[in-house]
Design a protein around this ligand. Structure first.
Ligand SMILES: Cc1ncc(COP(=O)(O)O)c(C=O)c1O
Length: 456
C-alpha cells in the first residue's frame, strides 16, 4: 500500500476510481480484498488488459510491469489462453469428477523437472506452501519448520512468521526472533518456527543444529523478493541441502515466483535437488493456482489409497479444469526460447537501470534474476532481510518513484520490482529505464516519509 488514503470526500472532482472506492469502503474493510491494490488517495480500478498493457476505468493505459504480482507470464488475454479457457468454460468449470486436464498438466510439469515425481494441484501459493509444510511434518513426524528471515510464503501461520520483522523485534543476528504477522498468532506456532538468516550458511547451520531432532523441513525461496530479490548463493543452498539430508529433514523450495526463471524452475541453476517444491502464480495462466511437487515417497503421505494415510489432503476447486487448461496452454507457450528471450530482456532492464544510476549518481542499486528485477534505494545490494529493510527515507523515495512511474505510464510491484511478460519488447524496457532515470533526477534531494508496504 502507498500510505493512508485521504477521505474521498476531500477530493475536488470524484474520478471513476474514487467513486468506486467510496462504494467499496462500505462493504470491504479498507475498501479492498488485497492490500496491494491500495494507492494514495484511492485504488485505481482496472477496466481491461491486453498484452503488456492495462487500461483503467479513467481510460488511462499503462505498461504492466507488475503482472499481477509476477503471476502473468504472457501478460493479459493471450489469445491462445483465452480460446482454450473459453472452450473449457463452455464444457463446465468445476466438477466433483476428475478431468483429463489435470493429468495432462501434471504430465507437462513433470516433464519440465525430473524431481517432480508426483504432483498435486491446489488453489494458491499460500495453500501450496502450507500443504508442503504439513506433508513434511507427516513424513518426518517432526513438528518444526525452518524458514529464512523476512521471506514471504503466503499466509499460513507457520510460513508467515518473521515476514514483517523489524529492528525493534527481530532480535540478535545469531538468533533471529520468531515474529508473528497476525495479532493472536498462537505462541505454540511461533515456537515451532526456526528463523535463519539468508545467505549466511555458518549462522544458519548453527541455529538449525540447536533444533536438529525437531525440524521437519527447511523452507527456502531461491530469490526471496522481500529479502531483496537477490539469488541464493550456491554454497548456501548446498549447505542447507547437506544439513537437511544429514539430519533427516526435508528441503522444501518455494518456487511460486522463481519458477518463471528457467524451464524447470530456478532450482535447475543449482547443483541440488530439493525434496519438495511449491509452484504458483504464473503456472496458473492467470487463474488461481498452487502446485505441490516432489519425491514420490514423500508425496505418498497424501495418498488416500495407502494403508496408512498420514496427511489427508483435498480442496473443492483443486485441479479445476479452467485453471488446468489455462496453466497447460500458458506453460506450453513458455518454452526455452521464450524464457531465454524474457531473461535477456530483464538483463537489458537491469543494465539500463544500473547505467541510469551511474549517470545520475543517485544512491540506488538493482537486483534480480530470471525475468524479475528490483530497484533499491540503497547504495549496495542488500545481502539479507535486515539489509533490505527500508529506512523511513528509503521508503519515502520508493513511494515517490512508484508514483512517478505510475504517472509516466508504468505499473510496478510496490517494492519497485518489475516482472516481465512475453508481449514485452525492447521498446517497453527502454521506455521504463528512461522513466526510472527521470525519476532519479526528480527525486534527487527529495524524500517523503510514510509506512512500509505490504505485499502478496
Ligand atoms: C514466494 C511466494 N510464495 C508464496 C506466495 C503466496 O502465493 P498466493 O498469493 O498465491 O497465496 C507468494 C505470493 O506473493 C510468493 O511470492
Amino acid at each position: 500500500m502507498t500510505g493512508c488514503p485521504r477521505p474521498v470526500s476531500s477530493q475536488r472532482a470524484l474520478s471513476a476510481s474514487a467513486a468506486l472506492y467510496q462504494r467499496a469502503l462500505e462493504v470491504l474493510p479498507g475498501g479492498v480484498s488485497r492490500n496491494t491494490v491500495l494507492r494514495d488517495p484511492h485504488p485505481v480500478y482496472a477496466q481491461t488488459g491486453q498484452g503488456c498493457r492495462v487500461t483503467d476505468v479513467e481510460g488511462v493505459t499503462r505498461v504492466d510491469f507488475s503482472n499481477n504480482m509476477a503471476s502473468l507470464i504472457h501478460g493479459h488475454c493471450h489469445p491462445g489462453v483465452v480460446a482454450a479457457v473459453t472452450e473449457q468454460l463452455e464444457r463446465g468449470s468445476a466438477f466433483a469428477l476428475a478431468t483429463e486436464m489435470e493429468i495432462r498438466f501434471a504430465e507437462h510439469l513433470a516433464r519440465r523437472n525430473s524431481g517432480f515425481e508426483r504432483l498435486r494441484f491446489v488453489n494458491s501459493g499460500t495453500e501450496a506452501t502450507m500443504a508442503l509444510l504439513k506433508a513434511s511434518r507427516a513424513f518426518t513426524g517432526r513438528p518444526k519448520i525452518a524458514k529464512i528471515e523476512g521471506s514471504y510464503h503466503g499466509q499460513y501461520d507457520y510460513a508467515e512468521v518473521s515476514q514483517t520483522a523489524k529492528p525493534s523485534n527481530w532480535g540478535g543476528a545469531e538468533k533471529p526472533a520468531s515474529v508473528p504477522v497476525a495479532y493472536g498468532t498462537p505462541a505454540a506456532a511461533l515456537a515451532d518456527v526456526v528463523v535463519i538468516p539468508f545467505n549466511d550458511p555458518e549462522r544458519a547451520l548453527a541455529i538449525l543444529d540447536e533444533h536438529k531432532d525437531e525440524i521437519a523441513c527447511v523452507l527456502l525461496d531461491l530469490m526471496p523478493h522481500r529479502v531483496g530479490l537477490k539469488p541464493a548463493d550456491p554454497e548456501y543452498v548446498a549447505a542447507l541441502r547437506d544439513w537437511t539430508r544429514a539430519e533427516g529433514a526435508l528441503l522444501v523450495l518455494d518456487e511460486v515466483i522463481t519458477f518463471r526463471s528457467e524451464y524447470g524452475g530456478a532450482q535447475t541453476q543449482y547443483d541440488v535437488q530439493p525434496d519438495l517444491t511449491a509452484l504458483g502464480k504464473c503456472v496458473g495462466g492467470g487463474f488461481p493456482v498452487g502446485v505441490i511437487a516432489g519425491r514420490a515417497d514423500v508425496m505418498e503421505v497424501m495418498n488416500p489409497l495407502a494403508e496408512n494415510l498420514l496427511f489427508p489432503h483435498s480442496g473443492t476447486f483443486s485441479a479445476n479444469p479452467v485453471t488446468m487448461t489455462a496453466g497447460l496452454v500458458t506453460m506450453e507457450l513458455f518454452d526455452d526460447a521464450a524464457i531465454a528471450r524474457l531473461n535477456a530482456l530483464t538483463d537489458r532492464a537491469k543494465q539500463g537501470i544500473a547505467d541510469a544510476i551511474r549517470r545520475t549518481g543517485f544512491k540506488a542499486c538493482v537486483t534480480g534474476g530470471g525475468s524479475m528485477f528490483r530497484v533499491h534505494f540503497k547504495e549496495r545490494p542488500p545481502r539479507n532481510y535486515r539489509e533490505a529493510f527500508m529506512t523511513h527515507e528509503e521508503d519515502g523515495l520508493l513511494k515517490n518513484m512508484l508514483d512517478h512511474l505510475f504517472e509516466e505510464g508504468f505499473m510496478m510491484i510496490n517494492t519497485c520490482t518489475g516482472a516481465l511478460s512475453t508481449p514485452m519488447g525492447e521498446a517497453e524496457i527502454d521506455a521504463l529505464v528512461a522513466a526510472i532515470e527521470g525519476g532519479f533526477k526528480k527525486l534527487q534531494g527529495s524524500s517523503r516519509l510514510e509506512a512500509a508496504p505490504q505485499q502478496d
